[in-house]
Design a binder for this molecule. Structure first.
Ligand code: ZN
Length: 243
């Protein structure tokens, strides 16, 4: 895993690299993450777990989002989803080809899936999420899929010719379900799920201390508030975006 170092950012990991690599902090990246931090602060002021995200195209922020599942009564209202929606509305296109997404907390499975659908090219996160992080902490949707080899032509032929009338997916030798060769829901041929993530790169740890401190401060304040109300104390570690 690669590690970045600079005066601003003591740690940054480039998860898709096969070996660790030191890379310099980038002032433009830091400015984007600072805006995501500002949006995370807005979430905290609204009583939401402080996570913020921005979508960037050609160096310009085109989408912003704050975590808001509690106030919106919406389990999908994560900062990344809000930023993707905002960006897509602003450019009038559900595909955000070539865009970058900066988020203060490692994205979850749902948000990584949305980023893949949007064709985000690069994802940069701040603090790790040991509970639901899908960029290496719990699962690495980027690395796992990227390192899975594409089916060989002979394998694709085997899949496409096996069991054509069955509604069940064909099985390969050993009983493993074969990758689907069906078209995606928007009509584009996916080839197989193994190709799900050939669009995005992932980097983590940018302004990780600040991003993590905002979360830990939020939960500490909430614990103190609950203790003042003489309620049973919550679990000491973050419980996810909805708290
Ligand atoms: Zn999420």
């Amino acid at each position: 895993m690669a590690v970045w170092q600079s005066d601003f950012c003591p740690y940054n990991a480039r998860m898709n690299s096969s070996s660790e690599q030191i890379i310099p902090a980038n002032e433009a990246d830091i400015a984007c993450m600072r805006e995501a931090l500002r949006l995370a602060g807005q979430a905290a002021q609204a009583g939401e777990v402080p996570v913020g995200a921005v979508v960037v195209k050609d160096g310009v922020i085109i989408g912003r989002g704050s975590n808001a599942p509690i106030s919106k009564h919406d389990p999908t209202a994560h900062a990344e989803i809000a930023a993707l929606r905002d960006a897509a509305q602003n450019i009038g296109n559900y595909r955000l080809v070539g865009c970058e997404l900066f988020v203060t907390l490692e994205p979850c499975v749902m948000c990584v899936g949305a980023m893949f659908h949007a064709r985000i090219a690069r994802v940069v996160f701040g603090a790790r999420d040991p509970k639901t992080g899908a960029a290496g902490s719990v699962i690495n949707l980027f690395d796992d899929l990227r390192q899975t080899p594409n089916p060989s032509p002979s394998l694709q032929e085997q899949i496409s010719h096996s069991n054509p009338n069955s509604s069940r997916p064909p099985l390969l030798k050993g009983g493993t379900a074969a990758p689907s060769l069906d078209k995606g829901r928007d009509g584009e041929g996916l080839g197989s799920v193994l190709r799900l993530n050939h669009h995005a790169t992932i980097e983590g740890g940018l302004l990780a201390e600040e991003c993590g401190k905002m979360l830990s401060d939020f939960f500490a304040a909430r614990r103190a508030q609950q203790q003042r109300k003489e309620l049973p104390p919550p679990h000491p570690s973050p419980k996810g975006r909805g708290g």
